[in-house]
Design a protein around this ligand. Structure first.
Ligand SMILES: NC(=O)c1ccc[n+]([C@@H]2O[C@H](COP(=O)([O-])OP(=O)(O)OC[C@H]3O[C@@H](n4cnc5c(N)ncnc54)[C@H](O)[C@@H]3O)[C@@H](O)[C@H]2O)c1
Length: 253
């Protein structure tokens, strides 16, 4: 497998960090892009320490899509892989949350992924075609949940973006797929200072009663393994689909 150049957004933490590590460990060059510059730099230091190639970029997916692509091309000569991972979660009551606040989740996750996908795909086409885009969705994309209409709507839209871009970019040999995690042990699981995986409710319902058949949240690496599989493009006939990686959560009822 030839080495490729990847951008991973939101790579300063959690799933994105694990994706950046796994791609670099496979020999690929990685632009570690994050709105949090210190976090991006720290992940790059870890990758370089492990013998990998990576460069840190402070970038907001809402505004800096082209700058990310330019950084990849200027540093490594091309762009082959985009992982749209950056995301945010905060509880938002549908009846009372000011619309600007509600919209922030859609702006970061859906429009951010859309803008990054467009800048990346334009570069891939300009290079002569070929490449892979992986969108990080969630099981929330196809489930309802309280205080989550902003987040779940954004994720549902990302899945539709995955399908539409897969069709539109196929003539350019660009594969577009998604990964929809269930519960993952990352800083995002901490809401209002409480890690939801450590609550009694979570342990009783999801673990002891095995509502999650594997009876635990995922580690970020367990999601990154699937992202890396899609990002490398070895599955040459797979496009337009979102793979659910949830320990069996959504096959139970
Ligand atoms: N943790 C979970 O349980 C879970 C489950 C399903 C899906 N996801 C999704 O996985 C992705 C990664 O989440 P995580 O759990 O690793 O969270 P995380 O909070 O650990 O990491 C998110 C990263 O995104 C960065 N970020 C936020 N806004 C940004 C912006 N505008 N531009 C650039 N970077 C930005 C943050 O600085 C952070 O480093 C998200 O899209 C999230 O919705 C997470």
């Amino acid at each position: 497998m030839p080495t490729q150049t990847a951008i991973v957004t939101g790579a300063g933490s959690g799933i994105g960090r694990a994706c950046a590590h796994q791609l670099a460990a496979k020999g690929h060059a990685v632009v570690v892009a994050d709105i949090n510059e210190a976090a991006a730099r720290s992940v790059v230091a870890e990758i370089v320490q492990a013998g990998g190639r990576a460069t840190a970029l402070q970038a907001d997916v809402r505004h800096d899509a082209q700058r990310m692509v330019d950084a990849a091309v200027q540093t490594y000569g091309a762009l082959d892989i985009l992982v749209n991972n950056a995301g945010i979660f905060y509880p938002a009551d549908f009846l009372t949350t000011p619309f600007e606040d509600w919209h922030r989740a859609v702006d970061v996750m859906f429009y951010g992924a859309t803008k990054c996908s467009r800048a990346a795909a334009q570069q891939m086409v300009a290079q002569g075609g070929g490449g892979q885009i992986v969108n990080i969705s969630s099981v929330n994309a196809f489930l309802g949940a309280p205080l989550s209409s902003h987040y779940n709507t954004a994720k549902g839209a990302i899945d539709q973006l995955t399908r539409c871009l897969a069709v539109e970019l196929a003539p350019h040999r660009i594969l577009v797929n998604g990964v929809a995690p269930g519960f993952v042990e990352t800083p995002m699981a901490v809401v209002d200072g409480v890690n939801e995986h450590s609550t009694q409710d979570f342990k009783q319902f999801y673990v002891q009663r095995r509502r999650i058949p594997l009876a635990r949240p995922a580690e970020p690496d367990e999601i990154a393994t699937v992202v890396t599989f899609l990002a490398e493009g070895t599955a040459t006939y797979l496009t337009g689909h979102t793979i659910v990686v949830d320990g069996g959560l959504t096959v139970t009822f």
